[in-house]
Design a binder for this molecule. Structure first.
Ligand code: AMP
Ligand code: MG
Length: 329
C-alpha cells in the first residue's frame, strides 16, 4: 500500500464518481435525460438524483462518519412521484434490489453539515449542458479544516486528448493537495500529469467561460481578458470541467463574474471545490475577483467571495488588478 496521504479517499472517490458517470451516460444514451424544474428554476433529471445516490452510498460505506454536502434534495425527490420511480429503476441497474427507501436515504445523505472534515458533491454540474448533449461533470471534493485536500472531476464527454479516437471519450481529473494533478482515461488505463500553460504559449492564451451567459457577465469578462492581453476567441464550456481545461492547457483564464443585479451573487461550494484543487495542483491559481482565496467554510454558499478568477497563474495578478479598476464588484 502507498504511504501517500488520502490514497484510500482518492480511490473510493474515483470509483464512486465513475459509477455515477456510467449512470449519467446510460440515462443520456437512452434519452431519459428530461429536465424537471426545481423550485429555484434550475433543472434536475433522473441522473442528478441517481448520481448522488450512488456516490453518497459509496461514501457512507467507506467513510460512515463523513458528512456529505451535496446539491440534490431527497425531500424534493420524494415529492416528485414519477421522477422518483424512474430514479429507483435506474439505480437498481447499478445496485441490484435497491429499494425506494434506500434510494431516498442515499440521496438524503447529501444533506450533511459542514464540519472539520466533509465531502462536497455536485452529482451533475452543468445539468443544462448534460440535457443539451454537451459537457457536464461529476464533482466530488474532500474538505478538511476549510482546505480542499482531494478533488475528483469526471467529465464523461471530454476527450482525454484528440489523438485517441479508438477509446472511450471522457476524462477523470484528480488532485490531492501537495501531490500534483493528473488526468486519467475513464478505464483508468491511461494517466497523464496535468500542467498549465507556461510563458511559451502566451500568444495563444485563451479565456474560457460558461455557455450560459446569465451565469456571468460575458462583456465584463471579455474586457478583463483583453486588458491582460488575450486576443483569441473565448471558449465556452458547461460545468467545472473549465478548471480541467485550464489545468491541461486548453485554456488559461476562467472568469465567472456575477452582475450586480444577479440573484446568484454567491457561488455554491460544490460548483468549485473539486475544480479549484485540480487547477492549483496543476500549477494554476484560483481566487475571487478581489484576489481573495475561495472560502469553503461559510456554508453551502460562498458568502465570503465575489465571483471566480481561475488562471494558469501567470495572468492572475494582472487580472485581479484589471478587475479592481473596473466598475462592478
Ligand atoms: P456553468 O456550467 O459553468 O454554466 O455553471 C453551472 C452552475 O451554475 C450550476 O451548477 C448552478 O449552480 C450555477 N448557476 C445557476 N444559476 C446561476 C447564475 N445566475 N449565476 C451563476 N451561476 C449560476
Ligand atoms: Mg453545479
Amino acid at each position: 500500500m502507498s504511504d501517500l496521504a488520502y490514497q484510500n479517499e482518492r480511490e473510493i472517490a474515483i470509483a464512486a464518481t465513475l459509477a455515477a458517470a456510467q449512470l449519467c451516460e446510460t440515462v443520456r444514451a437512452e434519452q431519459l435525460a428530461n429536465a424537471v424544474d426545481k423550485p429555484d428554476a434550475s433543472p434536475v433529471t433522473i441522473a442528478d438524483y441517481g448520481s448522488q445516490a450512488l456516490i453518497c452510498r459509496a461514501l457512507a460505506e467507506a467513510f460512515p462518519q463523513d458528512p456529505v454536502v451535496g446539491e440534490e434534495d431527497a425531500m424534493l425527490l420524494q415529492s416528485q412521484g414519477d421522477l422518483l420511480g424512474n430514479v429507483v429503476q435506474m439505480v437498481e441497474r447499478f445496485i441490484a434490489d435497491a429499494t425506494e427507501a434506500e434510494v431516498l436515504d442515499w440521496v438524503g445523505r447529501g444533506k450533511g453539515e459542514i464540519s472539520n472534515r466533509f465531502w462536497t458533491l455536485d452529482p451533475i454540474d452543468g445539468t443544462k449542458g448534460y440535457v443539451r448533449g454537451d459537457q457536464y461533470a461529476i464533482a466530488l471534493a474532500l474538505i478538511e479544516n476549510g482546505q480542499v485536500q482531494l478533488g475528483v472531476v469526471v467529465c464523461p464527454a471530454f476527450p482525454l486528448d484528440d489523438a485517441t479516437t479508438d477509446m472511450l471519450p471522457g476524462t477523470v481529473f484528480v488532485a490531492v493537495r501537495g501531490q500534483g494533478a493528473q488526468m486519467l482515461s475513464l478505464d483508468l488505463q491511461q494517466s497523464r500529469p496535468l500542467q498549465v500553460n507556461g510563458e511559451a504559449q502566451r500568444e495563444s492564451f485563451r479565456l474560457i467561460q460558461s455557455v450560459v451567459a446569465a451565469h456571468g457577465t460575458p462583456e465584463e469578462q471579455l474586457a478583463a481578458a483583453q486588458a491582460v492581453g488575450i486576443t483569441t476567441e473565448p471558449l465556452s464550456m458547461d460545468s467545472l470541467g473549465k478548471y480541467g481545461a485550464i489545468a491541461r492547457g486548453d485554456a488559461d483564464l476562467y472568469l465567472r463574474l456575477p452582475s450586480a443585479s444577479s440573484t446568484h451573487r454567491c457561488e455554491n461550494i460544490w460548483d468549485h471545490a473539486a475544480g479549484a484543487i485540480v487547477l492549483e495542483e496543476a500549477g494554476g491559481r484560483v481566487s475571487d475577483r478581489h484576489g481573495k482565496p475561495l472560502d469553503f467554510t461559510n456554508g453551502i454558499k460562498m458568502t465570503g467571495n465575489v465571483g471566480i478568477v481561475a488562471s494558469n497563474g501567470l495572468l492572475h495578478d494582472a487580472v485581479i488588478e484589471a478587475l479592481g479598476t473596473s466598475a462592478a464588484g
